[in-house]
Design a protein around this ligand. Sequence first.
Ligand SMILES: C=CC1=C(C)c2cc3[nH]c(cc4nc(cc5[nH]c(cc1n2)c(C)c5CCC(=O)O)C(CCC(=O)O)=C4C)c(C)c3C=C
Ligand code: FE2
Ligand code: FE2
Length: 354
Amino acid sequence: MTLPNPADPKAATVLGPLPAGQPPVGAGRIGVMLVNLGTPDGTEFEPMWRYLREFLSDPRVIELNKAIWYPILYGLVLTTRPKKSGANYARIWNRQRNESPLRTYTRAQSEKLSEALRDLPGVTVDWAMRYGNPSTESVAKGLVAQGCDRILSFPLYPQYSATTTATANDQLFRALMKMRRAPAIRSVPPYYAEPVYIEALAGSIERHLASLDFEPEMVIASYHGIPKPYSDKGDPYQAHCLETTRLLREKLGWDEKKLITTFQSRFGAQEWLQPYTDKTVEKLPAEGVRSIAIVNPGFSVDCIETLDEIGREAAETFHHAGGEKFAHIPCLNDSAEGMAVIEAMVRRELSGWV
Ligand SMILES: C=CC1=C(C)c2cc3[nH]c(cc4nc(cc5[nH]c(cc1n2)c(C)c5CCC(=O)O)C(CCC(=O)O)=C4C)c(C)c3C=C
Ligand SMILES: [Fe+2]
Ligand SMILES: [Fe+2]
């Protein structure tokens, strides 16, 4: 038996009429939603406070009991961090658009993906954030209002973590809980070992190294960290990161001394995944390593953690410790290589839907 294909405009007739004001049953559009972490709306105290509050109230991110965590969050973190982080964001802010680079790059990825999928007329591409704006809920609602009865969500994290991928999926389903007519959902799986991703990273690294006036003695693949207990309890994130680096090494033909893995962006007092990026960068000159490059394979776009923490802070740390040459390799962003990864993953995950 052949079922009517909802993507076919004629299927509206087959599937029947609808109450006024609702998209036709057979509208059958497919929404592709790129989802990134989120970012503040401004660098001032108030938008920083709102962003950090939403982010750091997520129990996937901070697993502490609320009775213990909230007094620390509201009494200590949210009274001091908005100002400190706001000053860091101000250094990297995209002043032309008055937004953070993470938002600029994610929008650019969405626009380019939309263009790349022009051969699929039933597909609408949009982008959303887990925290802040545009919110996951508003974008999901918008896609449904445009007639999407299927949504492919793409959490833009190559390596899975409950603190990122899972909470992005949670948030989408939370939005669906408020809908009577909820769309079908697919979610793009982590792509830490996909050949298209490894090739894109390797190509980008080689291209950027070729543009330098020095050849770094060592390249550091620095990933965002997570608290070590999360990993000990079964979050596969660390294994995913190590596998990405291993495959990258293989692709580049480098050994374990040339490309190492570290973890950055610690938050709070507990132990995070090791080795730490900042401590590694600090000790390398004393070990005789005078030139390094850092790449951030776990970040699909450049953001505060790559541009400021690595591009500025890690560079300063390295130079203060006696290092001579430092380079920061940009994320894949909306480069041709980066878009090839996103497009390949989306086309594969749309199979059977288009
Ligand atoms: C316990 C706190 C945090 C965990 C766990 C965490 C995991 C995690 N984060 C990313 C990616 C990004 N994080 C970014 C910013 C950021 N991260 C934390 C805290 C945790 N992250 C904070 C408090 C912040 C805000 C900035 C600051 O105040 O330091 C960003 C950048 C956002 C931007 O606007 O530029 C990204 C991206 C991953 C991949 C990850 C776990 C795997
Ligand atoms: Fe983070
Ligand atoms: Fe940071």
